[in-house]
Design a protein around this ligand. Structure first.
Ligand code: HMN
Length: 292
């Protein structure tokens, strides 16, 4: 298994105007992440991959293309979580056979699942696939808030490596690190990377690393080295960029910026707005010129 710590881009997917996957574009985004951003790995099938709007076959296609393009150059994590547990298992088996270093699964969402149901979900995916598991916790989108004891219960399974923590609850983050020092934490909010690294996270997984991966690594390394003033200066610039991206449409804007850099990043997948307006393209151009 490859090293799973460090800087991981949450992989964007290029779509054609009709919503189908643009394989050439997807491969170019992957190359850009490895060759230009210098990431340690890719998180495939996450929110950034617009995963929850795709069919099972499309999800498999993306896992397949990513593995084929990456080979063994960097580590690969497959996000297979789904509110359909059978689909999660099927995808988990598929990614495991392809050789993904670990699986990750979002906490099951939409229905108010109780903790026993959530635990059963993770135990089932692990038992059926035999692969490692990274809990994907993103309460602001799923509504699922797990506490320290619940993480502890999930961590009793030795295949659970840790959590991708997309939340601003730094008290919980600190408590998790103290209580379970042998379990890994990946920071999920790029705009809060510095405080997360200061609290001891082992890695970070982010959408903006597709274009801002070099600064992300600087923040990570500088903070770890205790050079907080320098790290903060890079975080400030990063957050000026992220603020502009969020105000203009998250994935759409990152794609427009990639296009300006010669990467065929394509369209988004409906029901998200698929195509940038002229004004959004202009804003992306300004962000590119100012920050990248
Ligand atoms: C994923 O699942 O694609 C990412 O790991 C999610 C990641 O945490 C991103 N969250 C979302 O897009 C919801 C962040 O990188 C986020 O985009 C960024 O911090 C800007 O808010």
């Amino acid at each position: 298994m490859k090293k799973l710590t460090g800087i991981f881009s949450a992989l964007l997917v290029s779509f054609n105007e009709d919503g189908s996957i643009n394989e050439t574009g997807l491969r170019q985004i992957i190359r850009h992440n490895i060759d230009k951003m210098g990431v340690d790995g890719l998180y495939v099938g996450g929110s950034t991959g617009e995963n929850f709007m795709l069919s099972t076959e499309e999800k498999k296609q993306i896992f397949r293309i990513a593995k084929d393009e990456v080979k063994d150059q960097v580590a690969l994590i497959a996000q297979v979580g789904s509110v359909n547990l059978q689909e999660a298992v099927e995808l988990g088996k598929y990614a495991t056979e392809l050789g993904y270093d670990s699986l990750s699964a979002v906490t099951p969402f939409y229905y108010k699942f109780n903790f026993a149901e959530i635990k059963h979900y993770y135990e089932t995916i692990i038992a059926e696939t035999g692969n490692n598991m990274i809990i994907y916790s993103i309460p602001f989108l799923t509504g699922v808030n797990m506490g320290i004891e619940q993480f502890g219960e999930l961590y009793q399974n030795p295949k659970v490596l840790g959590v991708k923590f997309t939340a601003g609850d730094f008290y919980l983050l600190e408590r998790l690190k103290k209580a379970y020092p042998n379990h890994l934490i990946w920071a999920g909010f790029d705009e809060m990377m510095l405080p997360a690294v200061a609290l001891g996270v082992d890695g970070a997984i982010g959408s903006t690393f597709n274009i801002n991966g070099v600064r992300a690594r600087q923040i990570f390394d500088l903070t770890r080295a205790g050079k907080l003033e320098e790290a903060l200066a890079v975080q400030h610039t990063t957050n000026d960029l992220i603020e502009g991206i969020l105000a203009n449409g998250l994935y759409l804007t990152i794609k427009e910026i990639l296009k300006l850099q010669g990467v065929e990043a394509g369209y988004c997948r409906e029901p998200m707005t698929a195509k940038a307006t002229e004004a959004q393209r202009e804003k992306a151009k300004q962000l590119q010129q100012k920050f990248l």
